[in-house]
Design a protein around this ligand. Structure first.
Ligand SMILES: C[S@@+](CC[C@H](N)C(=O)[O-])C[C@H]1O[C@@H](n2cnc3c(N)ncnc32)[C@H](O)[C@@H]1O
Length: 235
């Protein structure tokens, strides 16, 4: 399992070189919908790449960053230090530390694949709980092309091919550190050791069961590496 506390100080620089990361963060910010009075919640906020991009578009929005890793929250707060409208809270996808129906928009980027498969439904319900009626979820993550048992050779090939393809793409763009991270995470995904990416349809089904509607799925290019965005609304 990745220790996010260890990774916090170098995280931003590693991700900044990867054009897919940059495009995903931009695409999330473009899809954010929140009224002037509404609050935005960045679930698994890390060091604040998504929050930062949203603030470029909506400089007055109030943001709550939620993350279980204390060091990621520390770097997040340092990045937005002095902005009284930004706060960081300890929590995760199963326990979001805000009141019911209090959030206009939940954004989440490459965080919810850390939620255990048997807890995904609870996570979807927790997101639905915190959204205001009409509120929006913008959830981007790296998804797989198939589901199956850990020993399934087709699943193993799918994971290895995606990670290696993405790593090569990063190397071609000079993002060497990100390429190494992608390669190092292969055994973690193969063994389901803290990394549980699945097909987007699994999450869409849980979100629908939690009462979210108008669900839309779009790819981040190049699509073959599995980065996709799910948009959904609370009734
Ligand atoms: C790859 S980083 C993504 C950070 C940030 N969202 C970004 O776009 O750069 C994954 C983050 O998810 C957090 N995380 C781990 N498990 C989580 C969970 N169950 N729910 C929410 N966030 C989680 C980690 O602490 C880490 O900060």
């Amino acid at each position: 399992m990745v220790d996010w506390n260890e990774y916090a100080e170098k995280y931003e620089a590693v991700q900044a070189g990867d054009p897919i990361h940059v495009r995903a963060v931009e695409a999330i910010a473009e899809k954010v919908e929140v009224s002037d009075e509404g609050r935005l919640l960045d679930l698994g906020c890390g060091t604040g790449d998504v929050t930062s991009k949203v603030l470029e578009k909506l400089p007055r929005v109030k943001v709550i960053g939620v993350d279980p890793a204390a060091n990621m929250r520390k770097v997040y707060l340092k990045r937005f230090g002095g902005n009284p409208d930004i706060e960081a809270r300890d929590g995760d996808g199963l326990s979001i530390p805000v009141e019911d129906s209090s959030i206009g928009c939940v954004v989440s980027h490459i965080a919810l694949h850390h939620v255990l498969p048997e807890k995904r439904a609870d996570c979807a319900s927790e997101i639905a709980r915190v959204l205001k009626p009409g509120g929006k979820l913008v959830y981007a993550d790296c998804f797989t092309g198939m589901v199956g048992p850990l020993s399934d050779r087709r699943r193993q090939d799918d994971i290895v091919d995606r990670q290696i393809g993405w790593a090569k793409y990063c190397l071609n763009h000079g993002a060497n550190e990100k390429a190494y991270v992608l390669i190092r995470s292969i055994p973690l995904i193969l063994a389901a050791d803290g990394e549980y990416p699945t097909v987007p349809e699994v999450w869409i089904e849980h979100l629908e069961s939690a009462g979210l509607i108008d669900i839309k799925l779009s790819p981040i290019e190049p699509a073959e590496f599995g980065m996709k965005i799910i948009e959904a609304f609370r009734i």
